[in-house]
Every structure is written in structure tokens, then in C-alpha cells.
Ligand binder design. Structure first.
Ligand code: AMP
Length: 284
């Protein structure tokens, strides 16, 4: 497994792999890897000849009051995990390598980025699109792997790729959960034992939504109200948003007729967690 810290080094290795007609699978991450990340790496390993993982905590997708500084960093452990998964190349650049001091070009997707996390985290998806576009230009993958856990992010990236004609196929894979149901996330490292218990309310909320739809409820407002009640019953939890949205345009639906996404963002203490589930009115 090669670890490359510079764009030049990556390009050299990718050039050699392409010369041998290898298909390149790419998993972008911010490190502090867990099995959710590794499930994407395994999918890439299964489908592609040459697997690249990037580890880069992208400063441009964090707001000024967000957790960029204290975001978990554990490169040595990440490296060991990726070696076991037989990754070919890890791209581990510094912020200075990725962004020149006077860098002044950004990519902004303006429709799918607007609601949900986009409204609470202004600039977040601009940072995501910019870094993903840069990584695609550096690595030139055939297929890139994203998690449904960050549903809006995956949709935004897919739209960017479509609109800007990147020759990359985007694949989205299901959310991996701990046995308790808690969605795996690097940010779970911030939670103490009590907060971990409180954080189960996210998954409980999604299960409740699924159950209500299965029982025939088609009014999103009623479902959202029940979820809100459940969440506010937890003292340490504060709702950022709870929405039931169209899976394509991410806008709230008036009635649940087909496939919808139940999406939520909840603060457990100071830690903001997100989760979602796709529910199909016709097949639940
Ligand atoms: P991050 O390191 O948080 O930027 O995540 C890197 C990639 O892993 C993104 O595509 C995420 O959606 C994905 N991911 C994060 N958590 C999970 C999870 N629990 N299950 C599956 N994929 C995940």
C-alpha cells in the first residue's frame, strides 16, 4: 500500500495503474475510519482493480464554529485498517497541498444543497463539492463510493458529477450501524456512554417513522410530530431538523405516496448527529 502525500505522487501512481488498464475505485474520507468507511472500501475492492482511499479533513466544509480543530485524527490506526483491506493507494495530503493560499475557485451546487444540512451549515456543500471535484481531478477514478448515511451529500455529489460531466460513476451504499442501531460515524467518538444512549433516539425515530408508514400513515406532519415528541423526551437532545422529503429533490412531501427519505439532524449535547432512512409507501 502506497501512501502519497502530494498530488504529483498520486498522479504518477494513477498514471501507471491506468497504463495497465486498471479500473480505479475511490473512497473519499476524512479519516477516523470505522466499518462504515470500510464497507465502502470493500465494495471498491470487489469491483475495481485499483483502490484509492483519501484521508483529508477538508477545512472548507467546516463552518467557523464547527469542529474542524477537534475532529478525530488517527492516521496510524487508519493506515493499519486500510492495509488489511488491501487498499492500493492512500492519498493523505496536507491542507496546504490541497489549497494554495490564494486559491479562489469553488464549486457550488445550488439546488439540492439548499435545504436540510445546507440551511444549518451554510457553505458546507460548497466545501464538499469543491474538495470532491479536486479529488476527482487528481485521482481520476472510474467509480467513487459514498455512504447513504450522508444522504444529502451523496445526492449533491451525484448532481455535480452529472451537471459538470465528470467521467465518474457514483455508487451509494447503505448505512452501517452499531448493534444498538446507532449509525457509525467518526463523530461518535465525541459521545460518552450516557450520550451514546441518548443518541439512540435518532435510530428509534427512524424506526418509528418506518413503522407508522407500514401501518398506513401517509401524513408526514403526523409522523414528524410523533418523532419530535420522542426526541424532546430526551433531555440532552435538541432537534436541528426532522423532515420527510422526496428522494430526488430533497424537498418536503405533502403526502407519502412513494419512496421518501426520512432525514434528521439532532444535537446530543453539543454533538450534531445525522441519520436517515428511505421508506417506500408501496412496499413496506
Ligand atoms: P466521512 O469520513 O465522514 O467524510 O465519510 C466518508 C464516507 O463514508 C462518506 O461517503 C460517508 O457517507 C461514508 N460513511 C460515513 N458513515 C457511514 C456509515 N455508517 N455507513 C456507511 N457509510 C458511511
Amino acid at each position: 500500500m502506497v501512501i502519497a502525500k502530494t498530488i504529483k505522487h498520486v498522479r504518477k501512481i494513477i498514471f501507471a495503474a491506468k497504463q495497465k488498464n486498471k479500473t480505479i475505485g475511490f473512497v473519499p474520507t476524512m479519516g477516523a475510519l470505522h466499518y462504515g468507511h470500510l464497507s465502502l472500501v470493500r465494495a471498491a475492492r470487489k469491483n475495481c482493480d485499483f483502490v484509492v482511499v483519501s484521508i483529508f479533513i477538508n477545512p472548507t466544509q467546516f463552518g467557523p464554529k464547527e469542529d474542524f480543530r477537534k475532529y478525530p485524527r488517527q492516521f496510524n490506526q487508519d493506515k493499519r485498517l486500510l492495509e488489511i483491506e488491501k487498499v492500493d493507494l492512500v492519498f493523505y495530503p496536507s491542507a496546504a497541498e490541497m489549497y494554495l493560499k490564494d486559491s479562489s475557485t469553488y464549486i457550488k451546487e445550488v439546488y439540492l444543497s439548499e435545504p436540510l444540512c445546507g440551511s444549518t451549515r451554510p457553505g458546507h456543500f460548497r466545501g464538499v463539492c469543491t474538495v470532491v471535484a479536486k479529488l476527482f481531478n487528481i485521482i481520476e477514478p472510474d467509480i467513487a463510493y459514498f455512504g447513504q448515511k450522508d444522504y444529502q451529500q451523496a445526492r449533491v455529489v451525484k448532481r455535480m458529477v452529472r451537471d459538470l460531466n465528470f467521467p465518474v460513476k457514483i455508487k451509494i451504499f447503505p448505512t452501517l450501524r452499531e448493534r444498538s442501531g446507532l449509525a457509525m460515524s467518526s463523530r461518535n467518538a465525541y459521545l460518552d456512554q450516557k450520550a451514546r444512549g441518548d443518541a439512540l433516539v435518532l435510530f428509534e425515530s427512524l424506526k418509528l417513522a418506518k413503522k407508522l408508514v407500514k401501518e398506513g400513515e401517509r401524513d408526514p406532519k403526523k409522523i414528524i410530530n410523533k418523532i419530535r415528541k420522542l426526541i424532546i423526551s430526551i433531555k440532552n437532545a435538541k432537534i436541528d431538523y426532522v423532515k420527510i422529503v422526496d428522494v430526488e429533490n430533497l424537498r418536503p412531501v405533502d403526502k407519502i405516496k412513494a419512496k421518501v427519505a426520512v432525514v434528521l439532524a439532532v444535537y446530543i449535547g453539543k454533538i450534531r448527529l445525522i441519520d436517515n432512512v428511505l421508506v417506500d409507501a408501496n412496499s413496506n
